[in-house]
Design a protein around this ligand. Structure first.
Ligand code: IMP
Length: 209
């Protein structure tokens, strides 16, 4: 019987979203820090999926529990897909998102409106106690805003404009972001896969989310 899932991330914003999105499973969702894992993980994959698997496996090797990891990022078409898999490291890990977001907006100064398209991508990898690896992926489409707006979410949310909602993903309520986001989609797909394998179906898995 599965009682807990370890999430291989040190990112507090991601951890908050993992906990909210996976609440249905009724399992303990713990961060790698809370699990006492201090792995120094080198993300040297060339895709979101590869990096997610690298992170999940590094933590699984130390715990043997079910481990989930996400690798995610912002893909900006006008910047040929940058920052992409380098989203966390873009312009340096210690550079504030205020600065990163401003620089992305500036780099799109000459872009036409229709050239401002972008998407958030999230790949989730799960390593099961027996070492099997499962993968899911989710995306959400948007455009790069002309000015940052909002204080919700984290990272690039203040410059990710959602045309359908008329605001950025830092301006919508957390529940709404989780409903439509790349991470929400990928995690719910993983939740269904895990549920079918471990008998921990989420309570409302038939609700068509
Ligand atoms: P990772 O931890 O290597 O997967 O890097 C993910 C990075 O992508 C984060 O640090 C953010 O910069 C960005 N990112 C991923 N998901 C989101 C999101 O939901 N909102 C804003 N930024 C995100």
């Amino acid at each position: 019987m599965i009682h807990k899932i370890i999430v291989a991330t040190g990112n507090a914003g991601k951890m908050r979203e993992f906990r909210m999105i996976l609440a249905d499973l009724g399992l303990e969702i713990i961060s790698m820090k809370d699990a006492g894992v201090t792995a120094d993980i080198v993300e040297d994959g060339t895709t979101f999926a590869e990096n997610a698997e690298i992170k999940a496996k590094a933590v699984w090797r130390q715990t043997g529990d079910i481990v989930l990891a996400d690798d995610s990022g912002l893909v900006v078409d006008y910047l040929n897909g940058e920052p992409g898999i380098y989203s966390a490291r873009y312009l340096g890990e210690d550079t504030s998102y205020e600065v990163k977001n401003r620089i992305i907006i500036d780099r799109l100064a000459d872009a036409k409106e229709e050239e401002r398209t972008a998407r958030f991508v999230c790949a989730i990898a799960a390593v099961l106690p027996d070492g099997r690896v499962l993968h899911t992926e989710g995306t959400v489409e948007g455009v790069i805003a002309h000015e940052p707006a909002g204080s919700g979410g984290f990272g690039y949310d203040p410059i990710f404009w959602l045309p359908e909602y008329g605001c950025t993903s830092a301006e919508i309520p957390a529940e709404k972001k989780n409903e439509i986001s790349h991470r929400g989609k990928a995690l719910r797909a993983m939740e269904r896969l895990l549920g079918s394998l471990t008998g921990t179906e989420p309570a409302d898995s038939d609700s068509g989310r």
